[in-house]
Design a protein around this ligand. Sequence first.
Ligand code: ADP
Length: 318
Amino acid sequence: MTSLRPHVPKTYAAPTSGVTKHSSRSSTIPDTIYDKHTGSKYVRGSFLGKGGFAYCYKLTDVKTKKVYAGKIVSKATLTKHRAKEKLRSEIQIHKSLRHKHVVDFHSFFEDENNVYILLELCPNQSMMELHKRRRALTEAEARYYLVQIVLATKYMHKRKVIHRDLKLGNLFLGSRMDVKVGDFGLATTVTYDGERKKTLCGTPNYIAPEILEGRQGHSFEVDVWSIGCILYTLLVGKPPFETRDIKTTYRKIRHNDYNIPAAAKVTSDAENLIRNLLHPEPTKRPSLDAILEHPFVTAHFVPATLPVSALTVRPTFS
Ligand code: ADP
């Protein structure tokens, strides 16, 4: 069964000199951070954002001048065995992956107060910020993002990793607007052929019906379901099962109760692909290769690149 993520205070203190204290529960984050095993020294720069556990800052390696996204997790939030195990698993899975569409894992280390995870810095934030500014994208843009998300997922699945929380906020954008899948906090590794996962410690945003049902377990197909929710959100401008309360949303997911509004002017190829991806029966969803071979992708223009201006304004394709 799913369980909610641990509560984390919503507020964070403005940086002060020397250290930053986020809350009474978490410890302080120093201005200069040392990896005592490698001797590397990092200077903490601007705040990038916060997630379930982590505060994220720009960290600059003093020697190489390389800038990273530093995910900083207070040890004070890791008192429970389960929380420690989750972080250990996130690190272990993420560090085993290397792909142009996966956020690059640089290193991790700890000091007395915190665990530090150094990641490739994604300067154009996540697709959540893009979605909030642009809402419904053009189909050409959606195709551009979809192909890269599918390529990253093909790589993860080949490595037996199920991400389990593919969502706009975990799809970061590199300097050239390339998609980088991040946040392996809910990911798991399949250890034998046909394994069905029975537990999931956390709440995925685009949760698949078989996870809610819990009976037959779940596997790689949950990522295909999430990709369906992502494609719907990119084209329609809002998620397929969104309601004001989570219970109603879960009921709609279990009943496959969604519609594609006519006002969204989604083409028949796009609608057909969305319906296939959001199939209630996991085995009936398309394979990742079948997504790349679907007419929505193959019969229309897929941009090779997107301008950074597409973060705020609809691009024109000539
Ligand atoms: P958690 O695992 O605790 O949910 P996240 O991975 O979501 O933490 O990171 C928290 C926030 O930090 C993100 O919402 C984003 O704003 C920022 N962030 C995370 N990773 C990166 C990155 N590689 N580049 C830029 N910003 C990032």
